[in-house]
Design a protein around this ligand. Sequence first.
Ligand SMILES: Nc1nc2c(ncn2[C@@H]2O[C@H](COP(=O)(O)OP(=O)(O)O)[C@@H](O)[C@H]2O)c(=O)[nH]1
Ligand SMILES: [Mg+2]
Length: 193
Amino acid sequence: MKNLFKKTEFVFGVTNYKNLPEDAGYEILLAGRSNAGKSSALNALTDNPKLARISKTPGRTTEINFFKVNDDLMLLDLPGYGFAKSSKAKKKDWGPLLGEYFQKRKALTAVIIFMDIRHPLKESDWDMIQLCRDFNVSFIPVLTKSDKLSNNKITNAIKLVKNKVHEADAIAVSSKDITGFDKLSKEILNFID
Ligand SMILES: Nc1nc2c(ncn2[C@@H]2O[C@H](COP(=O)(O)OP(=O)(O)O)[C@@H](O)[C@H]2O)c(=O)[nH]1
Ligand SMILES: [Mg+2]
């Protein structure tokens, strides 16, 4: 399959809702706990090893980074959870930018929730799922680092997520082996007509 994400480029980061570009086209939000493998997955999806910085240190959490795929599609990187500090996190605790973004943004099309396949659905992942449910936004659970598990265990992890999150099918990916990204690309493009 031709990689439609190949020309993706970083355009800017914003810290305030008012600095967001015009509310147009499709925006896919990339979310996940720090170290989940989100930056690595973005690089693998776009076949560009230098696109997102891969690091073990958490990035700034107050910013949304815009990656332009083409004139109609943006991938928005949320550099690691950190906005939902407790299990009791309510909408207002998500940080002003993200809360306002979910409330207002028409371009918000779907959220990809990256989770380490060895320990999916941590509290902050549930907080993000709840945020999606509250605002009726579709989401895709993506289970990262699948190279760490046997095929059997990958299947079990996908089933476990399906049993707990009925409305969505999880996709397993490995940025190390570059597997699962064709499927993820298709799922993303399914949201866009
Ligand atoms: N084995 C393996 N390690 C990975 C994979 N993806 C990411 N990592 C490692 O996990 C750590 C965090 O990755 P990163 O992409 O920076 O995570 P982020 O904080 O979610 O952006 C790094 O040490 C990566 O090398 C993967 O698919 N397989
Ligand atoms: Mg990162």
